[in-house]
Design a protein around this ligand. Structure first.
Ligand code: CO
Length: 222
């Protein structure tokens, strides 16, 4: 095992008390206003990876982004966990933008690419292998050092489609609700978010936006 250095559990509580005191000092009333309700404009669907914290990356305060994270930011058609979070965000919180955010160097995506056995998670990662297999020709044409990043991009693009074809989004758009779904990728190496130009604002545009986003991956990575 590699040795780990880091704060102790007790440190976490003292960090927390210091943070809460600092917030209250610099922004009096911050917490009492949070109590009333949450009204986030954004929903973030990202990877559980510890290097990709939604609020910090996007500069958002508590109350500003509704977050769902899992291994490799996958949205499975029958995943009640993800679908419930999306439904709550869209129907109850009325978020205006949902972003699916992948990240380069994602362990789940690389395991899918390389057929690495992890354990139980292999069955979850199988969904990313479906993405890999669907785009096999494209990935084969990528420069070898770009294949991992290309699959990160393609996984985001396909998961955006999965959000968009869910009953939640289909019904919301049919009612005329204004909500967009975006695909982004985060660079752990530089701290920067990339827009993959996979922004969908209605059922009718899913296919054309998907086509151009995939074409952009081909152009960038081959
Ligand atoms: Co990841």
């Amino acid at each position: 095992m590699t040795s780990r250095t880091g704060p102790s559990i007790q440190d976490l509580f003292s960090h927390n008390r210091a943070w809460a005191a600092e917030m209250e000092r610099t922004r009096p009333g911050f917490f009492s206003s949070l109590v009333k309700q949450q009204t986030p404009k954004y929903m973030w669907i990202g990877c559980s990876d510890s290097r990709v914290p939604a609020n910090q990356i996007a500069g958002l305060d508590p109350g500003e982004v509704f977050v769902h994270r899992n291994v490799a930011n996958v949205v499975v058609h029958s995943d009640l966990n993800a679908l419930s979070a999306i439904q709550f965000a869209v129907d109850m919180l009325k978020v205006e933008d949902i972003m699916v955010v992948g990240h380069y160097g994602c362990g789940g995506v690389l395991a899918a690419l390389n057929n690495t056995r992890v354990g139980l998670a292999d069955n979850w990662i199988r969904h990313i292998q479906d993405v890999r297999d669907r785009h096999r020709g494209l990935l084969d044409n990528c420069r070898p050092d770009q294949r991992g990043d290309a699959l990160v991009d393609l996984n985001v693009i396909e998961q955006v489609v999965n959000v968009c074809v869910s009953t939640v989004m289909t019904d919301a758009w049919a009612k005329g609700q204004q909500v967009r779904v975006h695909g982004w990728a985060f660079g752990v190496h530089d701290g920067l978010l990339q827009d993959l130009n996979m922004t969908v604002s209605g059922t009718e545009s899913i296919e054309s936006v998907h086509r151009s986003a995939v074409a952009a991956v081909v152009a960038a990575r081959s």
